[in-house]
Design a protein around this ligand. Sequence first.
Ligand SMILES: *[C@@H]1O[C@H](CO)[C@@H](O)[C@H](O)[C@H]1NC(C)=O
Length: 335
Amino acid sequence: MASSSSRLLLPLLVVVLLGHGREARQPPPLHGVRPMAFDEGYTQIFGSNNLALRGQGKRVHLSLDQSTGAGFASQDLFLHGFFSAAVKLPADYAAGVVVAFYLTNGDRYEKTHDELDFEFLGNVRGRDWRVQTNVYGNGSTSAGREERYDLPFDPTDDFHHYSILWTQRRIIFYVDETPIREVARTEAMGAAFPSKPMSLYATIWDGSAWATLGGRYRVDYKYAPFVAQFGDLVMQGCPVNNPMDHSSSAAAGACGTPWYEAAASLSAAQRKEMAAFRRGHMSYSYCHDRLRYPVALSECDARVLPRLFGPDGMRYGGDHRHRRGGRGRRSDVAM
Ligand SMILES: *[C@@H]1O[C@H](CO)[C@@H](O)[C@H](O)[C@H]1NC(C)=O
């Protein structure tokens, strides 16, 4: 009797707690990959008390208040791998707040850095969070490869997985189990395809200065602290001891053929899922941005979804919140 009623009550209790508390349920871990605790592979890089461990060190709260943001990084550098976190973004008003989950080697290669980003760029006046992916290779910051998406869920309601798969030939971004972007290495891309060892980072920071070229979207500390929660930290890659040796033979020698190499070959069903996501949810693509790139970058295929996007790379109709303000300025691209 007691046990059957508690079985009935438990889901209700969870719902009630979700409604009120900061602790949300996490989704089941991605198939076949083992999450690790913070101490197993990460280290705090800034933010003193604004980084807090929860759940036996398996979850990390990063908060932004008037004094500072916070961030952590992987202890190792990796040449290729699968990197994932379940993230729950700060709810309510979070304009100007930037949460990022990314790989970079910017601290080692100042002029020739590589970078793979998931960036959550605040929620303008309390509306939906804006989510962007980007790819930089060999310091090509003048050639950003931004894409933005409207998520099919509210990323502040619950944890969702955001993952980056990086192999020698292919990069795939995932939201939960859905591949949302694929970057295949092409000859023409050259060094714009990230090819040097990178560290993994997760940060929260005040993007006001970045976001407010134009006086928009400052962080309003009336709503602080802004807390981004990270869990299910997965980092399965080829750690590199000597970061100067980034030859593929060094990587192959160190790691053989890891499982994520095979994961980089999407099945027909996954391709269909990815195409559906992009058709339904992509709100900006550098590949369609003729103001920024009068001639599209080499990897862009002009035949893909052309009629959905304007010459500024923004999606037509239905999505006016992303069109507010000037067109094609760096500030719009950045946000
Ligand atoms: C990367 O950039 C540097 C500096 O611009 C350049 O010298 C180098 O050749 C580039 N590497 C490749 C592989 O293109």
